[in-house]
Write a protein that binds this ligand. Structure first.
Ligand code: PDD
Length: 284
């Protein structure tokens, strides 16, 4: 069945939603995006995603084509029109269509697109019971990973390298330290301490990361925001990733080395439980 998508102020059947071949998102990857989770028909962490969208647009001197109130309305309308119980809403804003030129155009109107992806049973993923396996690869992305741009080719390549190695995902390594996963933030747990890389230009400031660190601190866990190596991760008691679409997902193997017992750890399981419970309560 055809979905209803949102394009520049209109709700359209997906087949009728068309973007110009001159759109700078298509020609230059000159665009930013957000992915917001829907659970029980409600939005998880909408405010956080709307704030990060504004920040990404500001960093790229791009106009924000929509107010936060209208954006919430569009999200809710798409959830309703497409009957989404559990799933994702993808949002993309580009600088718009203009004659091809490296300099930003002065008068282009931004393009805004939103669509839904139904994911029945998203919060009860069987993968959370067994965990995922990751490989380490060199981080060859550009230097402003804190801006959520649509330049996702290297993360896609990383995912393919992981699949070729019989694994689920890759952790990216720069100057000897793990930055993050291809599309998620990376964590380890050692002697009860939760360790994840500090914020900066090197990683995306995950909305799920912020929530999980808050819940960990509220649960009196010690949190260290600092870089760690793959070797330190392989010697950890537990490892996991976070993102809007995976919540808290245990990592049980890194470059062939089992983490802890080789089974999902208790800290990751508990944080996943708290995250899902609290996010559901705060959903809008
Ligand atoms: N990815 N790091 C990167 C590089 C990401 O692409 C993402 C999100 C995250 C986690 O951010 P958040 O907790 O706000 O989802 C970290 C989304 C889910 C995606 O590209 O589909």
């Amino acid at each position: 069945m055809s979905r209803t998508v949102y394009l520049n102020g209109e709700y359209l059947p997906e087949e009728e939603a068309k973007v110009s071949v001159f759109d700078r998102g298509f020609l230059f990857a000159d665009g930013v995006y957000e992915v917001t989770t829907v659970l029980d028909g409600k939005l998880i962490d909408f405010d956080g995603h709307a704030m990060r969208l504004s920040r990404s647009l500001n960093e790229l001197e791009m106009k924000n084509p929509i107010s936060k109130e209208d954006l919430l309305e569009v999200h809710r309308e798409l959830v309703a029109r497409n009957g989404i119980e559990d799933g994702l809403i993808y949002l993309q804003v580009t600088r718009g269509a203009a004659d091809r030129d490296f300099a930003y155009p002065k008068d282009a109107e931004p393009t805004i697109v939103l669509f839904t992806q139904a994911k029945p049973g998203l919060s009860t993923s069987p993968q959370a019971e067994v965990g995922i396996k990751v490989i380490g690869i060199e981080d060859q992305r550009w230097g402003r990973r804190d801006i959520k741009t649509v330049q996702l080719l290297y993360p896609s390549m990383g995912k393919m390298m992981a699949k070729a190695a019989g694994c689920d995902d890759a952790w990216l390594v720069e100057d000897g330290f793990v930055t993050e996963g291809t599309s998620n933030n990376a964590y380890i747990v050692k002697d009860g301490v939760l360790i994840t890389r500090h914020l900066g230009h090197e990683i995306l400031h995950g909305i799920t990361r912020a929530a999980v660190l808050r819940f960990a601190r509220e649960a009196q866990m010690k949190v260290e925001e600092r870089p760690f190596t793959l070797k330190e991760a392989q010697g950890a008691d537990e490892a996991f990733i976070t993102s809007a679409s995976t919540f808290v997902m245990p990592v049980v193997e890194i470059d062939g080395a089992a983490i802890g017992t080789g089974k999902p750890g208790a800290v990751a399981a508990r944080l996943r439980e708290i995250y899902l419970e609290e996010s559901r309560k705060a959903a809008v």
